[in-house]
Ligand binder design. Sequence first.
Ligand code: HEC
Ligand code: HEC
Length: 366
Amino acid sequence: MRLRTYIFCLSAFVLLFSSCKHPEEPTPFEIAIPYGFPTRLNIPDDNPMTVEGVALGKRLFEDGHLSGYIGTAADSLMSCADCHKRAHNFDIGTDDPRFPNGKPHGRTGIHTRHTAMPLCNLVFNLEGYLWNGAVSYQQEVGSQNIEDIVKAAILATDEIGSTEARTLAALRNDSRYPEMFKKAFGSEEITMDRIQKAIAQYVRSLVSDNSKFDRYLRGIEQLTPQELHGYILFTTEEGADCFHCHGSGGSPLFTTNLFYNNGLDISFTDPADRSAVTGDIMDRGAYRAPSLRNISASAPYMHDGRFQTLDEVLIFYNEGLQYSPYVSPLMHKINEGGRHLTPNEIADLKAFLETLTDEEFLYGTR
Ligand code: HEC
Ligand code: HEC
């Protein structure tokens, strides 16, 4: 075959092949799994992530019209981003005058049972969502996922407090959405199912992997001697002994995502702790161990937001542990009331925890 004919055939083939992709098909969104992270992801088959789906999800997540109002001056709007703020690791923070001490309440003023949670690296969590793990897609019966949390948040009176009909009407009132829904899902139709899917895609896209500590593990940044000492305390039983529940360099999520009673209380009255899910009395007062990534940004702390600062948390682990028969056996110093580290050791531990802050995630455009 002469060269010119060959080139012609080749380009005809390329043209034919490239035209196979429908021009309106969305572009797959790849989660680049960071160094050392688990490789199993929670992405359900019926909701593959796409660039257009994530973009739509981000817009919906931040849109007060989710609350079913169209936004006249008399309306009080509420979106996911009111309680899940990027600069606070998608947690509520303690600096919002609408939520004194970081205590969340819905549009109607009804308070949530627990404080809000950060939305960070949830795509790697295989153990169940919410403080008590009630939402789990691993369950054979009643399996639920982030999509279900989205719908519940839109409808719950202690959260956005809308109705399906109102939310759909308010979103259909915005002329920018039909095109975005078409790009993400192939047609302009706005449905609750698509809203849930798009927002869940956005939540799954929130991956934090660029803290100072990550850069240290990659060998491109040094920790100070103080931070290094804090890291050693964190990961040793004779030190602060945090790593059994909150992971370490070897498990970069900084949580096992499992459920423990960490010795906060003597008696337990919350009907929605882990025992409500498992039916096991020994799970009284147990909650999911939160990830410590971006921990300095995600106050208030604990399921009821009882601590406003990281210092208060560290004092608790050092000298405030409460004994009950339900305390996790991994709280090794429970009988002594805490770790009893020196003030210098506490300062070092805190310095290490602050290396888990990922500014790019909190303030970047990702
Ligand atoms: C009024 C404040 C508020 C609003 C608004 C809100 N949330 Fe939440 N969110 C919470 C609270 C509180 C929890 C923890 C609930 C619990 O476990 O008791 C939570 C938990 C979650 C979780 C579970 C995180 C984990 O690690 O398990 C996800 C996901 C979530 N919210 C997503 C959303 C989305 C998406 C929206 C918008 C559709 C939204 N939230 C709106 C307060 C809020
Ligand atoms: C036995 C397991 C366990 C050990 C050991 C442990 N924690 Fe925790 N940690 C938890 C659990 C469970 C929670 C959530 C408890 C709750 O909300 O009721 C928690 C909560 C926290 C929080 C608040 C997170 C948030 O977003 O609200 C911080 C900070 C924290 N732990 C740091 C530490 C440090 C530092 C150590 C070591 C001194 C440590 N933990 C040891 C299980 C543990």
